[in-house]
Design a protein around this ligand. Structure first.
Ligand SMILES: Cc1ncc(COP(=O)(O)O)c(C=O)c1O
Length: 409
């Protein structure tokens, strides 16, 4: 296998003269795992797939019904507007007010995106260029790193698992790096580590942003999925946040609308305008029927979100309690869709990619190896609680059988 550095300096990895920025991308680390998963399925194995945070639950029937109705209206099949229709942006503003007490101007401070990942990537392209540096939480959700790389910026990865140390290191980096970082990415509840923070974290981050003159992008994908009364705080609810940054939210997770591709960027009007400008060139907006159905989801979706959150909590408990019982110590996440765990001791040396492959081959359970989230993720696994509790208990039994047969060997 080629090493990452070999690939980065490979002159012609595609056999055509691709742009330099494409050559800066390392090989796709989940490729081997995905192939193995596919091969196992071809061979008839019912793989329990905890690999991706891709919800298996359907959206609220109210929402699919509205989509059906909107699809029948021929006016909705034309190009829409790149920033999202006005009523959709108004609904986002209402939700921010109701949930977080944040006032947003739907015209200047909110823009709809084709999923938050699209918006995040294009905002990085709008803000970052050669010579610019971004601080990115580590271990890292890949696009947090590669949106910067694709925009020709530099990345400083800072371990996020201890949030107060993260802030200290951001401050230290700003004191010692020249030029200083231009952008700091926040993502709480964090994917993949599940790290959560309280509002005071953002108060400190805003203070640092003003002191050292950097911008903030908060990726708030798991805004609505908090357990046991924990409500993940919004960056925008911090006084002064709008002066320095924006926040991305998505309908992919709490609304189970991942395939619909709809998310939002809200906050600093100049950053929203920068994203709107670049999007105005690249796209014609989200399918209008999807935008109309999304309005209904936000307007009437609270009960469905509460029910789904309760469901995720019971899945979390089924998986974590089950793994504890087989001798695998787990820290339960307070929010989000993932369980992040160290590989148990006897197999810790093996490395996360071979261990994840072992679990697919020998236990029929697919998980994400921590290495896929950068070097800081090595030694860990990420398990998405996207299958129901019964399947998760089955996954634990299969993992138990696989690891026991190893110990007996
Ligand atoms: C932290 C984080 N941000 C963004 C996304 C992507 O969201 P979207 O579907 O809105 O592009 C994900 C999906 O896994 C995520 O975990």
């Amino acid at each position: 296998m080629r090493s990452e550095s070999e690939t980065q300096f490979d002159d012609d990895p595609f056999g055509i003269r691709v742009a330099e920025r494409l050559k800066r991308l390392p090989p796709y680390l989940f490729g081997k795992i995905n192939k193995l998963k596919h091969d196992q399925r071809q061979a008839g194995v019912d793989v329990i797939d905890l690999g991706m945070g891709n919800p298996t639950d359907p959206p609220d029937p109210l929402v699919t019904e509205k989509l059906r109705e909107a699809v029948e209206d021929s006016r909705n099949h034309r190009y829409s507007v790149s920033q999202g229709i006005a009523n959709l942006r108004k609904e986002v503003a209402k939700r921010y007010w109701k949930r977080f007490g944040v006032r947003l101007d739907p015209d200047r401070e909110i823009i709809a995106c084709l999923g938050s990942k699209e918006g995040f990537s294009h905002l990085c392209l709008a803000m970052m260029g050669p010579g610019d540096t971004a601080v990115v939480p580590a271990p890292s959700f890949p696009i947090h790193v590669y949106a910067i790389v694709l925009a020709s910026g530099n990345v400083i990865a800072i371990d996020v698992r201890d949030p107060s140390k993260f802030l200290e290191r951001v401050a230290y980096t700003c004191e010692h790096l020249y030029p200083k970082p231009k952008l700091v990415i926040a993502n709480f509840p964090h994917n993949p580590s599940g790290t959560c923070i309280e509002q005071d974290f953002y108060a400190e981050l805003v203070k640092l942003a003003k002191k050292y003159d950097f911008y903030v992008i908060s990726d708030f994908a798991y805004a609505d999925i908090g357990f046991e009364g924990y409500v993940p705080p919004s960056f925008l609810a911090t006084p002064g946040a709008k002066d320095v940054g924006v926040e991305f939210t998505t309908m992919s997770k709490a609304y189970s609308m991942a395939g619909w591709r709809i998310g939002f960027c809200a906050g600093n009007p100049e950053m929203v305008r920068a994203l709107g400008t670049i999007k105005g060139y690249y796209d014609y907006g989200i399918f209008q029927a999807v935008q109309i159905a999304a309005i209904i989801a936000m307007r009437h979706g609270d009960q469905a979100i509460d029910a789904l959150t309760a469901e995720y909590q019971s899945r979390r408990d089924a998986l974590c309690d089950g793994l504890e019982r087989i001798g695998w110590p787990i820290e339960k996440p307070k929010a989000g869709m993932f369980v992040w765990t160290a590989i148990p001791e006897p197999w810790a040396e093996m490395g996360s990619i071979p261990f994840a492959m072992k679990l697919i081959e020998e236990a029929g359970v697919a998980v994400s190896p921590g290495r896929g989230f950068g070097e800081e993720g090595e030694g860990h696994l990420r398990l998405a609680i996207v299958e129901n509790a019964q399947r998760l208990r089955q996954a634990v039994r299969q993992i138990d059988r696989c690891l026991r047969s190893d110990e007996g060997a």
